[in-house]
Design a protein around this ligand. Structure first.
Ligand code: SF4
Length: 193
């Protein structure tokens, strides 16, 4: 007997909008982590995602109501933590950062204002690169602020726990500025596997 694998949801372009969906909630904040990208990082997990990937690593955070509101005090704490010289940058995860752009844009703009490009910004997303390019302006604005995007749904059929920073082989670690400039996906130069 074969087991049917269910698939994540596939949105139409601009079908899902943060302005309709996000409640501005945060599932958790983890300062000084080593697993959410290169170097020591501060990770913000926003609440709410509609991809509903079977096997999602953070199912509770698919709910937009989960967690607690993003606050100015939390933002100030993140900025203070990022200021530590051994911290390489900020990571956005979820949930879906691109369906919580109110929170993510505010934070990323502050990071750029305070640190310029001395701290990098990574984000995970369930959207594929090409899907994001035809998405709503808030998503494009967030993409513009990133250094690295890990793209695509988590697909159980392509699950591979040996990959760097991603759970399935379809997902890519994308150099965002290089890709925007080239007009095609450019993979992160430090990729090992
Ligand atoms: S895109 Fe990420 S957070 Fe959303 S359901 Fe899939 S694995 Fe979970």
């Amino acid at each position: 007997m074969t087991t049917m694998l269910t698939k994540p949801n596939d949105p139409q372009p601009q079908e899902w909008l943060a302005s309709d969906l996000s409640l501005g909630n945060v599932a958790s904040y983890k300062p000084f982590t080593f697993v959410d990208g290169e170097g020591v990082r501060c990770s913000l997990y926003v609440s709410g995602c509609k991809f509903a990937c079977p096997g999602c690593y953070n199912k509770v955070a698919q709910n937009f109501r989960y967690g607690s509101p993003y606050t100015q005090a939390l933002e100030d704490q993140i900025i203070a933590d990022l200021a530590q010289p051994y911290v390489q940058g900020l990571t956005l995860l979820g949930g879906e950062p691109f369906l919580n752009t109110q929170v993510c844009l505010q934070l990323c703009r502050r990071v750029r204002a305070e640190f310029g490009h001395t701290k990098d910004i990574w984000s995970w997303t369930g959207y594929k690169w090409d899907e994001l390019l035809v998405e709503s302006q808030d998503k494009l604005d967030l993409l513009d602020l990133l250094d690295i995007l890990v793209d695509g749904r988590f697909l159980e059929a392509e699950k591979d726990l040996t990959l760097q920073f991603r759970g399935s082989a379809n997902q890519r670690i994308i150099d965002v500025p290089a890709s925007l400039e080239a007009g095609e996906v450019k993979i992160w130069a430090n990729l090992k596997r």
